[in-house]
Design a protein around this ligand. Structure first.
Ligand code: FAD
Length: 295
């Protein structure tokens, strides 16, 4: 690792088929030598996705040197259901939770209804995790989400920052941002958060999505903006996967470098289970594989 290489973490999603599982495990194996601070596995609204998340997180804990974090949401589950999963994670050696309200089962943009007996939102969930068996609850590392361009349900900047501060006060250790493409978006948000009393680390979430059409679709739903220069870079590349990958890694590395110049040292990569993109971005940032430490 070069002296100014950043600390990184990687996000995966749980596989939906045997073929996708094979790709995920290849990705995990190829990224493990980059010695990420942690890796996280997302959590879907449907029951089967949940099982796959749990299985994936536990397998990473048991079969690799990586420190996995399980995403947990408040969707369609009672408090008891959610805390039972947290308990299982703890028993399996998983010590880090990414605590989220989650999207409604009908999908992003639909109205979120609190499940009967469930957690109300991410603040309620963090409080619940910390209060659950206090000797266990206080030991979990807890990450939460934040939105440098506001969440679509936001009531404005003052409410947004106060809400992030409430997550910190409830016991969150770190916030991970929604993806963004302009360094100023993150830096302005950081300034607002610090002015509002948020002192926990705010780690930029960096998107590695080479499918520009897909990126446009998600961005429209989650409120992340796509600059014209980015659309221009992908213009005409719909059928040229190789070039799109090269563009994607370079755009991500360029964003990270600009943030590093502003003192940012940690980056969380949305890998979409693609090892090559995450590896090339890390390489462009000067990260090299680390030798395995003797047990
Ligand atoms: P919250 O932070 O609880 O609330 C979302 C927004 O609503 C807030 O930002 C704020 O604008 C507003 N709000 C809510 N309550 C208040 C209040 N009391 N006062 C003021 N404003 C309020 N989704 C999944 O389904 N599975 C995943 O694994 C997953 N992983 C994610 C990881 C990261 C890093 C991020 C950024 C998002 C992830 N999401 C995931 C998406 C997330 O579930 C959605 O954005 C969802 O709509 C909100 O969840 P949240 O935890 O951010 O909610």
């Amino acid at each position: 690792m070069t002296s100014n290489a950043p600390r990184v973490s990687f996000e995966f999603f749980p596989p939906k088929s045997d073929a996708m599982a094979a790709r995920l495990w290849e990705t995990v194996e190829r990224l493990e030598p980059m010695a990420p601070a942690f890796v996280s596995v997302t959590y879907g609204a449907g029951g089967s996705t949940r099982e796959r998340t749990h299985d994936t997180v536990k397998r990473i804990a048991q079969e690799t040197r990586l420190k996995p974090a399980g995403h947990l949401t408040c969707v369609s589950a009672t408090k008891g259901d959610v805390l039972a999963v947290a308990e299982q994670y703890w028993q399996a050696g998983v010590k880090h939770i990414v605590a989220l309200r989650g999207d409604p089962p009908a999908g992003m943009g639909a109205k979120f209804d609190v499940y009967p007996g469930g957690f109300r939102d991410a603040v309620d969930l963090v409080e619940g995790l910390r209060a659950h068996r206090p000797e266990l609850g206080k030991c979990f590392e807890i990450s939460v989400s934040c939105y440098p361009e506001l969440h679509p349900e936001s009531k404005g900047w003052d409410a947004e920052i106060a809400y992030l501060k409430a997550k910190q006060d409830a016991g969150a250790d770190r916030a991970i941002t929604q993806f963004f493409f302009e360094p100023e978006v993150y830096l302005r948000f950081l300034e607002k958060a610090r002015a509002g009393g948020v002192t926990m680390p705010i780690v930029p979430g960096i998107m590695l999505q080479p499918n520009f059409r897909g990126l446009q679709r998600i961005s429209g739903l989650c409120g992340a903006s796509i600059p014209d220069w980015l659309a221009d870079l992908y213009d005409g590349l719909d059928t040229d996967e190789e070039t799109r990958d090269l563009v994607t890694a370079n755009v991500a590395a360029d964003l990270c470098r600009k943030l590093q110049e502003e003192g940012v040292e940690d980056f969380h990569f949305y890998t979409l289970n693609r090892a090559g993109l995450a590896l090339s971005t890390c390489r462009l940032l000067g990260l090299k594989p680390q030798p395995a430490k003797a047990a």
